[in-house]
Design a protein around this ligand. Structure first.
Ligand SMILES: NC(=O)C1=CN([C@@H]2O[C@H](COP(=O)(O)OP(=O)(O)OC[C@H]3O[C@@H](n4cnc5c(N)ncnc54)[C@H](OP(=O)(O)O)[C@@H]3O)[C@@H](O)[C@H]2O)C=CC1
Ligand SMILES: O=C1OC[C@@H](O)[C@@H](O)[C@@H]1O
Length: 339
């Protein structure tokens, strides 16, 4: 593969706009956007004009056939990830798919199996893990700076119901767990080294529209590590993440899902975001930070990797398992859940 990575974007939606804006801030010798596809050609054309993308398509399938696309960024809403990812893999394209990779564990396992069967790269866009603050925390944990890690607390609550229609759309697998809870679980799993919890207990309030409103879950891991998280689409929470160990504690303050600060035993270190022109507008917080995951994907592909060592496919499966068990315990089922 040439050193320039040519991206194809599936969807002309909100996060796809942010990802395109972030990509355009990177060196063109390393990242270019070759094409965008949307269900509506007009919207794809408008998106392409806004982001100076040479090609636009009115169907995802057309983009997947484009030989000028090296990797596809899949960014429709949750329920559309499965079909798009499977089609991309069938077309021989490696994939970066937005979180959550799938709505159910069965969907995630189907995508993982398809990627492995075809020997193609697939990664779930848990962009948080690629921020320098998160990388620094991983390094400190591996050095044992906190001693034996004993307890993790994290929460993520935003009043999404007030401005994000999909957050309360049951048909689109809305709610807090899949959209926000996944960020909490990925931090807990990162601290737990990707191990499987031995106990999961969830309590939850369901929203009038049938999705999860607010959920609190506790987990216990072999060896005694305990973790708890809360997520909400109706209540603003602290949106911080804290790890407590036998020798100290580390905290990532809000917004922990796109971190720019790490506090270790009371000492704060800042990790400023990359500079971006004031004229560039984003739909979500700190979206310029999507450059980190894009650069990671390029490095993985240049090394011929089929999955990310930082966000491995087995861990995407584990995150899906934990999400599904929490949903089961609070009585939340989606269309995609099998009988
Ligand atoms: N990493 C991050 O920080 C963020 C990640 N995300 C993730 O990205 C994904 C998209 O979120 P967001 O951009 O806010 O979503 P949008 O509401 O912008 O929808 C994205 C696209 O999904 C497609 N779509 C929407 N509704 C339907 C439907 N009913 N049937 C079929 N397709 C539909 C459309 O694609 P088309 O354009 O082709 O018509 C739309 O443009 C989610 O899975 C979310 O979890 C979202 C925000 C932030
Ligand atoms: O991943 C995301 O970031 C935080 C929230 O905006 C959420 O809706 C979005 O999907």
């Amino acid at each position: 593969m040439e050193t320039v990575l040519r991206w194809g974007l599936l969807s002309a939606g909100l996060i796809s706009h942010d990802f395109a804006t972030a990509l355009r801030s990177l060196p063109r010798s390393e990242h270019q956007i070759a094409a965008v596809a949307a269900r509506d050609l007009g919207r794809a054309q408008d998106f392409a004009r806004r982001h100076e993308i040479p090609k636009s398509y009115g169907s995802y399938e057309e983009l997947m056939k484009d030989p000028d696309v090296d990797v596809v960024y899949v960014a429709p809403q949750h329920p559309q990830h499965l079909g798009a990812v499977l089609q991309c893999l069938a077309a021989g394209k490696p994939v970066l798919c937005e979180k959550p990779l799938g709505v159910t564990t069965a969907e995630v396992r189907e995508m993982v199996a398809a990627a492995r069967a075809r020997g193609l790269f697939l990664m779930e866009a848990i962009w948080t893990r690629f921020f320098p603050a998160a990388e620094e925390l991983r390094a400190l944990l591996s050095q044992g700076i906190l001693g034996e890690v004993r307890l993790v607390r994290v929460d993520f609550g935003i009043e999404l119901e007030q401005f994000l229609d999909r957050s309360t759309d049951w048909a689109q697998a809305g709610g807090g767990l899949l959209d926000l809870g996944i960020y909490c679980i990925q931090y807990i799993s990162m601290v737990a080294g990707g191990r499987r919890p031995e106990k999961i207990h969830a309590v939850g309030l369901l929203h009038a529209k049938g999705v999860d409103d607010t959920v609190t879950t506790v987990l216990q891991y072999p060896g005694g590590l305990q973790a708890s998280f809360s997520c909400s689409i109706t209540t603003k929470l602290s949106n911080s993440f804290t790890v407590f160990g036998s020798k100290g504690e580390a905290e990532i303050p809000p917004f922990m899902h796109c971190p720019t600060e790490l506090v270790v035993n009371g000492k704060s270190t800042q990790f400023p975001l990359p500079k971006v022109a004031d004229t560039e507008k984003f739909n979500f917080s700190n979206s310029i930070g999507m450059v980190y995951e894009a650069q990671h994907v390029r490095q993985c592909l240049l090394q011929g990797l089929k999955e990310s060592p930082v966000m491995p496919l087995a861990e995407s499966e584990l995150l899906a398992d934990i999400l599904e068990e929490a949903r089961r315990q609070i009585g939340l089922r989606f269309l995609q859940d099998r009988a």
